[in-house]
Structure formats: structure tokens, C-alpha cells
Write a protein that binds this ligand. Sequence first.
Ligand code: ZN
Ligand code: ZN
Length: 235
Amino acid sequence: MSGWFRTRELEPGVFVTLEPAVASMFQAAMVTVLGRDRDLQFDFGCGVQPLRPALPLSSRPVIAVASHAHVDHIGGFHEFADRLGHALEAAGFAGLPGVETFAAEFRGWPDVVSPLPPGWAIADWHLRPAPLTAMLKEGDRIDLGNRSFTVLHLPGHSPGGIGLLDEVDGLFLSGDAIYDDDILDDLPGASVPDYIATMERLRHLDCRLVIGGHGPEMTRARMVAVAEAYLTRQP
Ligand SMILES: [Zn+2]
Ligand SMILES: [Zn+2]
């Protein structure tokens, strides 16, 4: 369905793609970063419509990295050959029990997709398994040739949540570790103690522009404010 996705170029070679017809709870940012030798695709939407042909990728090889294994981030992950994510959520990516993907919640959510694409019904929708082809851990590097990202393991929202930081340029892709909206720390698989440690880390993180898994982009000052508001709320 043409027009299903909406893509914006945030800065040269950095794009954010959304699915405007998906309920806001499940509408997650998919980030494309074009590199000299390789492109990066970070997160993959809900799998309602084919994703890859709609993305602003070049003809270079693509490194596909998932921030975590929740349904709104991995729907189109299976469309990529090289799939990277954190080992702690390997079962979720593979569609195995043990890591909550919230696919059942997506299916049961009132008007989760509106308007419906022609001929599409939620009853026919499945979260396609997308087993990892390589595991990422804290400190790993994603090299695009002219720029690179460092993997930050940021548990709390989910056990294997990761963010990607370009330390030279200051671009930080945070996934659902932090975003400018209600912070969810009471989901199955979430951990408040882990989240506190992650927010402590993020409030000291040196960066310039933060693209979260949901909500608007953040300056570093805004990200620090969100982290500190979370920490202040803790008993
Ligand atoms: Zn999300
Ligand atoms: Zn999530």
C-alpha cells in the first residue's frame, strides 16, 4: 500500500520512518542512516506492509539492527538477511517463548490499525520470526565506513534493549530505553532497578541529538530532563 509509511530526512543521510495508521501505543520510529560503505537500518515497525522497499536505503549493503524484540520494532526485521540484536532477547526475535514481544497485545488492541490497508485484516497478521544472525553486546561497533556507532546495552524497558551512539557526531539512537513520552517500566520483562541504572547512565551520556523509539526527537538537555524526571519519581 503506497503511503503506508511516512519518512522524513532529519539531517543529511538520517531518516525517520513512521507508520501513521498504527495506534500511537505501537507507532515506533524506524531510523535509516546512510553510510559510505554500508547503510544502517535501526528498527522495523509492525509488519503490516512490506517495509524494505519503502525505506530510503541506498544500493549498499544494509546492517539491520533491532533495538529490542517488541512487536512494534521488529515487524519487518525478517526482510533483512543480516539481523543484529542483543543475545538476551534472541528467543523473542526467533518467535520462541521466553521473551515477551507483545504480539498478542497488538492483535487485540482496539483499532490497532486505522484506516486498514485494502484487503488487510488483523486476523491474517502474524509477527514473522526473525532470528538473529549475529549477537550484539555492550561496546560492539557498527561501522558504516565514514561513521560508526557504538552499542550501548540499556536494559530496563526490556532485558536486551540497546542504543547506538555515534560518539563523533553525537547522534544517539536510543530505542525504547528513553523517549519523550510515558516511560513504561511495568511491562512483563521490564526491570525498575535496571531502568534506574540505565537512566543514571543516560543522564551523563555525551550526545547531541536523540532519536527515541517513540515520540519526538530530543536534544541532550531534553533527554537528561526525561531521565531525571524518571529518577525523581522513584521511591
Ligand atoms: Zn516501542
Ligand atoms: Zn518496547
